[in-house]
Design a protein around this ligand. Structure first.
Ligand code: SF4
Length: 69
């Protein structure tokens, strides 16, 4: 599972933009400007494509509304 959906930088993140592309999802932001530190990517090989998820990241910051869960 991609950790980015719980990260406060998800709307600005260049790495998450690539995740959206690999999953063929619409982009939250067409001009992301945040470069994360050392994102660790897990690659899922599909028959017709490869999908990426971020499984660890040095820039991860939990969204405030999720930090008390
Ligand atoms: S966890 Fe890292 S790669 Fe994912 S949105 Fe946050 S900063 Fe970007």
């Amino acid at each position: 599972m991609c950790i980015c959906v719980n990260c406060q930088f998800v709307d600005r993140c260049i790495a998450y933009y690539q995740v959206e592309t690999s999953h063929q999802k619409p982009h939250r932001n067409l001009s992301p400007d945040f470069q994360p530190r050392q994102p660790q990517i897990r690659v899922h090989r599909q028959p017709a494509q490869m999908e990426f998820d971020i499984v660890n990241c040095g820039s991860f910051q939990a969204q405030e509304n999720l930090s008390n869960i």
